[in-house]
Design a protein around this ligand. Structure first.
Ligand SMILES: [Zn+2]
Length: 275
């Protein structure tokens, strides 16, 4: 799993001043993020995505790190030593959850990477999964079926004083401890990935072939983008706006600009699709 960190830090000299327009990356015709529209997608009744070990508690410690581009958490195995994974839908392989991270906006702008029906959500969570067939990150990064990324839209809602905070609201308290570049904080509470998805419609999603949205932007990702958001409190999301990049500047609007679809097909899975 350390390969994830190492490979991504190699390309660490980039920022979001121009939303990625100035990145020195070789791009093809399957880049991410893209703009997604239900009406333009090909509706499908493909099998559901299967979430394996998503309901089990991750073994600690859970470390959140400000790497200058985002806040990232390496996903450890669950308590019994197995890993949270995904398979199903039209995937041929099983993909192991390796890390999660976030993209956000600013006090004046929303910052999801994908656009859904022409609008952005406040923030976007990516859970990156690596194909079990590739033990090494470098092999996954150069293979078309190297990764699965789940994209979860985050919607800012006013705080409800009587409601127990959700798992992300709890996690986002830690953001105050990683405001500076290269700082790490440990989340002590129990955490299972399913808690993030609770309350979100998991049976409906967009699916398309794309790329990593950070350098090297290789076209090795099967994207699953859930259009129904997870609610997080306004107060928690504000914690993102206080983070700093490796220059000591506010780390805001860390999303890449929308890429062209080219000849790709975007699928929209919906069990109620009527053919
Ligand atoms: Zn991302």
């Amino acid at each position: 799993m350390h390969h994830v960190v190492r490979t991504f830090s190699k390309s660490s000299h980039f920022n979001y001043d121009k939303q990625g327009k100035d990145w020195n990356v070789k791009v093809g015709t399957e880049q991410s993020p893209i703009s997604l529209e239900k009406e333009k997608a090909v509706w499908s009744v493909a099998p559901r995505l299967k979430f394996i070990n998503y309901n089990k508690t991750l073994s600690g410690p859970l470390k959140l790190t400000n790497n200058g581009h985002t806040v990232t958490m390496v996903i450890p195995p669950v308590d019994d030593g197995n890993h949270p994974s995904v398979c199903g839908c039209k995937l041929d392989c099983i993909y192991k959850a390796v890390q999660l991270h976030f993209h956000w906006g600013s006090p004046k702008s929303k910052g999801s990477e994908h656009m859904i029906n022409s609008s952005r959500y406040d923030a976007e969570l990516h859970i990156l999964h690596q194909n079990y067939a590739y033990a090494l990150q470098n092999n996954a990064i150069s293979s078309p079926d190297g990764f699965v990324a789940l994209a979860i839209m985050l919607r800012s809602v006013p705080e409800c004083p009587n409601e127990t905070p959700g798992i992300l609201d709890k996690l986002f308290v830690e953001l105050n401890r990683v405001r500076d570049y290269n700082t790490t904080s440990t989340y002590e509470g129990p955490f299972c990935l399913r808690d993030i998805l609770n309350g979100m419609e998991r049976k409906e999603f967009f699916a398309y072939r794309g790329s990593l949205t950070t350098p090297p932007c290789t076209e090795t990702v099967n994207w699953f983008v859930f259009p129904n958001p997870v609610d997080v409190s306004e107060k928690s999301l504000k914690n993102f706006w206080l983070l700093k990049d490796d220059r000591g500047l506010p780390l805001l609007n860390n999303y890449r600009e929308i890429q062209s679809l080219h000849q790709r097909t975007v699928y929209y899975r919906n069990e109620t699709a009527n053919f």
